[in-house]
Design a protein around this ligand. Structure first.
Ligand SMILES: Cc1cc2nc3c(=O)[nH]c(=O)nc-3n(C[C@H](O)[C@H](O)[C@H](O)COP(=O)(O)OP(=O)(O)OC[C@H]3O[C@@H](n4cnc5c(N)ncnc54)[C@H](O)[C@@H]3O)c2cc1C
Length: 172
């Protein structure tokens, strides 16, 4: 691990450098995930995280959503330091933008899907535009407006609504 940042209250952003398999082209595919292996209470377990960004040469970063409770990942993020290492399995591409076939599409995301949305926005197809409603600490507006997506901020009506995004997409 090369960098550990806290860009927002509920996000811990980790920058890492691969020691092997850096050439795998899937690292730069939008919305690719990997399985992070960790030790917890003497057991080997794993959790899935999304590559937020990758330089295609072995450096990548991912966001851990910090939630309540002392879960295995919450304990892991509290203890990690720059210079530590971890094993992973992957990368494994996940959902891209669904084929619209002339219809409007609605995407609903919680905060753990923001890295996936971020990576999709960076490779946004030119013929897809849309409108989004969101309530989140992450400011995606600059990136979104360059992709013909306009975002409006929601006023949260409950704690469950705090980290949700809805996007309506349409093909031009
Ligand atoms: C394809 C894929 C990609 C993912 N990408 C990301 C990512 O980039 N960033 C990310 O943060 N997560 C991501 N997730 C979700 C992440 O894998 C889970 O949230 C995971 O369960 C967290 O592990 P944990 O040890 O913290 O909690 P667990 O041990 O799995 O669960 C313990 C308790 O914590 C609660 N909990 C778990 N996650 C959350 C949460 N986010 N908010 C509130 N309560 C929670 C559970 O409901 C349970 O009660 C992804 C999941 C998938 C399937």
């Amino acid at each position: 691990m090369e960098t550990i940042e806290r860009p927002g209250f509920s996000i811990q952003r980790i920058g890492a450098r691969l020691l092997a398999s850096a050439q795998d082209p899937n690292w730069t595919v939008p919305n690719v995930a990997f399985r992070l292996h960790l030790r917890h209470c003497g057991e080997d377990i794993s959790r899935i995280y999304t590559v937020r960004d990758s330089d295609g040469a072995g450096r990548f970063c991912f966001d851990v959503v910090v939630h309540e409770g002392a879960s295995p990942m919450m304990q892991w993020v509290q203890g990690v330091k720059v210079g530590d290492s971890f094993d992973l399995t992957g990368p494994r591409p996940h959902m891209g933008l669904p084929e619209a076939k002339g219809r409007k599409l609605a995407l609903f995301l919680d905060e753990t899907a923001i890295p996936a949305l971020y990576s999709l926005l960076r490779r946004w197809p030119g013929d897809v535009s849309g409108a989004g409603w969101w309530s989140s600490i992450e400011r995606l507006n600059n990136l979104a407006s360059r992709r013909r997506l306009t975002f409006s901020e929601l006023v949260s009506v409950s704690s469950e609504a705090e980290a949700c995004i809805a996007i309506l997409l349409y093909k031009c």
